[in-house]
Design a protein around this ligand. Structure first.
Ligand SMILES: *Cc1c(COP(=O)(O)O)cnc(C)c1O
Length: 370
């Protein structure tokens, strides 16, 4: 496939990019200073702008969302067992397991696919140290119920907010909930820094720990205080962040228009279930999930294959559920999460991104309904 042919293909997402001139302007100073990384001026400027944009006090930038998750778990000193959801991207569970902690899978709600708070308490044991829920598709978890359970049992809450940049609950940004929230700025997300991520936290005692963990445990020139790694965000990615941040609200508006257009076509169709709007939550419209039930004339896989033939590459996301992965099935396969398993078997996500033409949205909907 050559480049022009590839451009005609429609994928689930297309990375947001600023005008080239804007990016060049932002990186120009680097060519004088030769300061490419290690917490330079662009890193600091981006961090400050993000704190303002999100309305949060403390944020720590990372090279990617996954390392931010791993190091957030480390910084909080979690151990034993963490209650989490199997309805997520591999990263969430890997971050737990790579910290030598046992993931305990809690089932999800059938309406918004987030962790079901009513099923958390029976899973709490003496070894439980935290709950790690995931905001999915741009909507958010039941943060109030989760906080109540965590407080009652003295557990920490760490949100995987990788999907939720720009989402809000009662006017407060998604990343502001829990003891910590982790954002991903990967190219495929609503807001990107090419690769990147961040931890938003509330207790300023975590500031040094997070900073040291992502920089080899180095406290100062002569003191190395922790077994850290390397997960710093560099100046070029921070510059991309500064540029994309200027346009992200506009991007979300365009996503919303596409989301509503799909709704017009697909709402109320027998056998198709679209994402429910939860009270007090403003989505960032990151994804457009459709649950294709067995009553629908075509199966999920049939729709996937038919669209692929037309050059439209939708995704089965999330499929399979994490506890059905080859690397986890043997270890945690006895943990039954029937709703997550069922949703993973029936879900598709449709193309949605700033720049997707409305007539393409109409065509995709028509192909599904045919
Ligand atoms: C993208 C994503 C991550 C990982 O983020 P990266 O920046 O790609 O490392 C973690 N969790 C979820 C739910 C994600 O979608």
């Amino acid at each position: 496939m050559n480049i022009t042919e590839r451009q005609k293909e429609i994928y689930v997402t297309r990375s947001s990019m600023p005008p080239l001139e804007e990016y060049v302007e932002e990186i120009k100073p680097i060519f004088d200073t030769h300061m490419l990384t290690n917490f330079g001026p662009i890193y600091k400027k981006f961090q400050h702008q993000l704190e303002e944009f999100l309305g949060v006090e403390e944020i720590s930038l990372f090279a990617n969302g996954h390392m931010a998750l791993e190091m957030a778990i480390r910084a909080m000193g979690l151990e034993g067992e963490i209650i989490t959801t199997p309805y997520t991207f591999s990263s969430t569970t890997h971050a737990i397991v790579r910290n030598n902690i046992t993931p305990v899978f809690c089932d999800i709600k059938a309406d918004d696919y987030t962790i079901d708070p009513s099923k958390i308490e029976p899973l709490i044991t003496k070894r439980t140290t935290a709950i790690l829920p995931v905001h999915v598709y741009g909507s958010m978890c039941d943060v109030d119920a989760i906080r109540e359970i965590a407080d009652k049992h003295h557990l920490k809450v760490l949100y995987d907010a990788a999907h939720a940049f720009g989402a809000k609950y009662k006017g407060r940004c998604a990343a502001d909930f829990g003891d910590m929230s982790v954002l991903s700025f990967h190219a495929t997300k609503v807001f990107n820094t090419i690769e990147g991520g961040a931890v938003v936290y509330h207790d300023s005692r975590y500031r040094d720990a997070l900073h040291e963990l992502k920089n080899f445990g180095i406290h100062n020139a002569e003191d190395v205080v922790a077994v850290g790694g390397n997960a710093k965000m560099d100046e070029f990615r921070a510059a991309m962040g500064i540029c994309n941040l200027r346009h992200v609200n506009e991007d979300i508006k365009k996503r919303k228009a596409i989301f509503e257009r799909y709704n017009e076509h697909l709402e109320g169709i027998k056998g198709l279930k679209i994402m429910k709007n939860m009270p007090d939550i403003i989505s960032n419209y990151a994804y457009y999930p459709v649950y294709v039930s067995d009553e629908y004339g075509k199966s999920r896989d049939q729709i996937f294959d038919e669209l692929a033939k037309m050059g439209i590459h939708i995704r089965k996301y999330f499929y399979p559920a994490v506890n059905d992965y080859m690397c986890y099935k043997k270890l945690y396969g006895n943990q039954i999460t029937p709703i997550a398993h069922d949703v993973a078997g029936h879900i598709i996500t449709l193309p949605i991104y700033q720049g997707l033409e409305m007539d393409v949205v109409d065509r995709i909907a028509a192909l599904i309904l045919k």
